[in-house]
Design a binder for this molecule. Structure first.
Ligand SMILES: Cc1cc2nc3c(=O)[nH]c(=O)nc-3n(C[C@H](O)[C@H](O)[C@H](O)COP(=O)(O)OP(=O)(O)OC[C@H]3O[C@@H](n4cnc5c(N)ncnc54)[C@H](O)[C@@H]3O)c2cc1C
Length: 495
């Protein structure tokens, strides 16, 4: 394995984020020298792997946590939903552009249409869903939403969930037909393949980045360890720009970088597990992504959902997520990760966030102590007669939730993603996990803007971005939204 002495950009991590950033940078300037370093034996083996996430194209069509309601007035706020929907559409536009350019031949290999439903039980939740529907249908992004309290309609929408229900159950559902199921693992691999084959960008696996130090010759000096050599070999490589896209591993690496912007950040790992159906007859009965409401004190990523998936050419059915606790920051990480991340600059923030998030601790303890039968009972709220022997547990990816300074509370837990960078943008790092892969193109455009403004702000750069991602730089009007929705539907074969 040979490296050049210096690169324009080194991306740490072979997940969907690095893949997007490297590819967009190369498309804007093919002369850039870019290197990708991944510690595992292949790319897309951590959170971006298909089994490690839920594969929902997060577009706020069914996820109720993006539409909070006011306790007193009951009014539902859809502003976050608008934001997430826009971000996912930007991802779809980027993928459509890659198809148009002949770089992706078969989009159906990674994205397929699967309708998105929200489904709730109990009078209060039914009232909430109706209010949400009333707000959403007024907005051009969501005006195809349907709502029902009619059990026959729900039987057509998701028959498996409606089996063995009594007439007097208080339930309601909404539907948006244009939902998607995405195999982010396949997509990530495809993007890296384009980088290697068309843009001659090296993607080196089995190389762990150990440290990033300032350099006098370039901006940064990367210390990397080649793991799969007979004797682990250390390498030093210079870079003008570094992107830390190491997923759960990003925080530990960021903490080693001498920039003041990293101070006060911490992380809390939450692992995930799915129940996966092994009975083909049951798998065939459900073709939908059905999300419900999480408990009042439960974190947003705990929202239970029953999902059709397409993985390795096979239709699957998955329920979850169930949370677990592991001190590791990556699925293939170290048990010392959490301890190592507690440092003098974040100790106060971490302690304060812990005390202020006792409901999360309670939730995690409840989740960790669940047996297979307890999980089956959770599933039986969706599928009344689910049989234990038809379902098995698999371990999903690891999420590291951001803990950061808060001027009033000392420290707070945050469930989104955040880009940390130094003032001149020569080093950028992505922390956090949600909504994640669906919004990778949008998040990486922000990184690109920070790291390479000379690429995104020129006339040529702007013109190319307008073609690649028309909703990125332009005002979001109804006409633009509809036109782009139609375009990506045709190109990505989402009929
Ligand atoms: C349970 C679960 C469900 C989810 N569901 C969804 C969903 O339905 N829809 C959605 O859009 N998103 C979902 N997400 C989020 C999504 O999976 C992530 O946001 C996304 O995959 C993160 O991509 P990434 O490139 O940042 O990280 P990753 O895919 O984790 O990649 C990071 C890579 O960096 C490597 N690495 C780490 N440290 C180093 C180092 N020092 N040197 C070299 N390499 C290193 C790792 O090995 C890894 O390959 C879910 C996540 C989880 C855990």
């Amino acid at each position: 394995m040979t490296f050049e002495k210096e690169y324009d950009l080194i991306c740490v991590g072979g997940g969907i984020m690095s893949a997007n950033l490297a590819l967009m940078s190369k498309m804007l300037n093919p002369d850039l020298k870019i290197l990708i370093l991944e510690r595992l034996d292949d790319v897309a083996l951590e959170s971006s792997s298909a089994w490690n996430n839920a594969g929902t194209g997060h577009s706020a069509l069914c996820e109720l946590n993006y539409c909070p309601d006011d306790d007193k007035t009951g009014k539902v706020d859809i502003s976050k939903a608008i934001d997430i929907c826009k971000q996912f559409e930007i991802s779809k536009q980027f993928w459509s552009y890659l198809v148009e350019e002949g770089l992706i031949e078969y989009p159906e290999n990674f994205i397929v249409p699967v309708p998105h439903y929200s489904w709730v039980e109990g009078k209060d939740n039914v009232d909430y869903l109706k209010n949400r529907y009333e707000e959403m249908r007024k907005h051009f992004m969501f005006n195809t939403i349907e709502y029902t309290e009619d059990k026959k309609t729900m039987e057509e929408w998701f028959p498996l969930i409606m089996e063995n229900r009594s007439e007097n159950e208080d339930i309601a559902a909404s539907k948006v037909g244009r939902g998607t199921e995405v195999n982010f693992g396949k997509l990530t691999k495809k993007l890296f393949q384009i980088l290697e084959e068309k843009y001659k960008t090296p993607v080196h696996c089995g190389v762990e980045v150990m440290d990033v130090d300032p350099s006098t010759k370039a901006n940064w000096k990367i210390k990397a360890k080649v793991l799969n050599a007979k004797k682990a070999k250390k390498q030093k490589i210079r870079a003008k720009h570094v992107f830390i896209g190491a997923g759960g591993g990003s925080l530990l690496l960021l903490q080693k970088v001498e920039i003041k912007e990293k101070e006060g950040y911490g992380g809390f790992p939450v692992s995930g597990e799915w129940l996966v159906c092994r009975n083909e007859d049951i798998i065939k009965k459900h073709k939908a992504k059905v999300y419900t409401k999480s408990g009042p004190d439960d974190p947003p990523m705990s929202t239970p959902h029953l999902d059709t998936r397409y993985i390795n050419g096979k239709r699957e059915l998955l329920f979850g997520p169930f949370a677990g606790f592991s001190p590791k920051f990556l699925k293939k990480g170290s048990n010392l990760d959490l301890i190592k991340s507690i440092q003098t600059d974040n100790l106060k923030v971490m302690t304060s966030a812990f005390w202020r998030n006792l409901p999360l601790t309670k939730y995690l303890i409840n989740q960790i102590t669940k047996s297979h039968e307890d999980r089956m009972d959770d599933l039986r709220k969706f599928v009344k007669n689910a049989k234990s022997e038809d379902w098995t547990t698999i371990v999903a990816g690891q999420r590291v939730q951001i803990i950061k300074k808060d001027e009033f509370q000392g420290g707070k837990l945050q469930f989104g993603t955040e880009v940390i960078s130094n003032t001149n943008g020569t080093i950028t790092c992505l922390l956090g996990a949600s909504p994640g892969a669906s919004t990778a193109a949008y998040i990486m455009l922000k990184v690109l803007n920070k790291a390479f403004p000379e690429l995104t702000n020129t006339e040529n750069g702007k013109a190319l971005l307008d073609k690649m991602v028309p909703m990125w730089n332009n005002e979001l009007t109804e006409d633009l939204f509809k036109e782009q929705l139609k375009r990506s539907k045709e190109i990505l074969k989402l009929e």
